[in-house]
Design a protein around this ligand. Structure first.
Ligand code: ZN
Length: 208
């Protein structure tokens, strides 16, 4: 498992709601926390590790020592939004890119925890921003879609560079071709036991 970067097709996949909580999910959640801390993130959505299911992990302290702050949410839905606030935002799938994005200041979320119990959360400011950003991920929506025209223009060069890097990684065989990724995501969604198509760190062939 690996955090995928833009423009990996998993980031545009509309994740399916989870219907079972099993050992596999617990293992995936553990791996996602490890990756999130390694990348110094506050939250990570399943689509960011090429898993087509609606769940996310969150620790707003970003501190692996603060285990009691770890939260896992399944099938989250925003049921209420209040106010708006513009602030700088980044994304683990766009390392190094930070831009101003307008979001609701307060949100109310309905979700399920890892025990399958329904939970209701009211979040403000940074937490509300994280929620909106992560829930967007589960629907294939990215923060670049939420940027205003100025931020979007300022991001153009960085996005082109992400696209170049992604294409090169595919040429090296580190990431499957897009059609293959789509096929694997569909198989995962159908419940088949295939590895998430997030790509391997090692290249398939030795590099010169
Ligand atoms: Zn993100």
């Amino acid at each position: 498992m690996k955090i995928v970067h833009f423009p990996h097709p998993a980031l545009r996949y509309k994740a399916k709601p989870l219907t079972t909580i099993d050992k596999k999910l617990h293992l995936q959640v553990g791996e996602m926390f490890d990756l999130m801390y390694e990348a110094r993130g506050l939250a990570l959505a399943a689509t960011q590790v090429a898993l087509p299911f609606q769940f996310l992990v969150m620790n707003l302290t970003a501190d692996p020592q603060e285990k009691d702050q770890e939260q896992v949410f399944l099938n989250p839905v925003i049921v209420e939004r209040k106010g708006t606030i513009e602030d700088e935002e980044g994304c683990l799938s766009f390392p190094g890119l930070f831009q101003k994005v307008r979001r609701a200041k307060t949100v109310k979320v309905h979700a399920y925890n890892l025990k399958g119990e329904p939970v209701e959360i009211e979040a403000h400011d940074l937490a509300a921003r994280a929620w909106q950003h992560e829930i967007d991920h589960l629907h294939g929506v990215l923060f670049i879609d939420k940027m205003g025209p100025v931020a979007r223009l300022a991001s153009r060069g960085a996005l082109k560079e992400f696209e170049r890097e992604f294409r090169k990684a595919q040429e090296r065989g580190e990431i499957p071709e897009n059609v293959e990724i789509e096929r694997l995501l569909a198989r995962l969604e159908a419940g088949e036991d295939v590895p998430p198509p997030s790509g391997s760190k090692e290249s398939a062939e030795p590099r010169p």
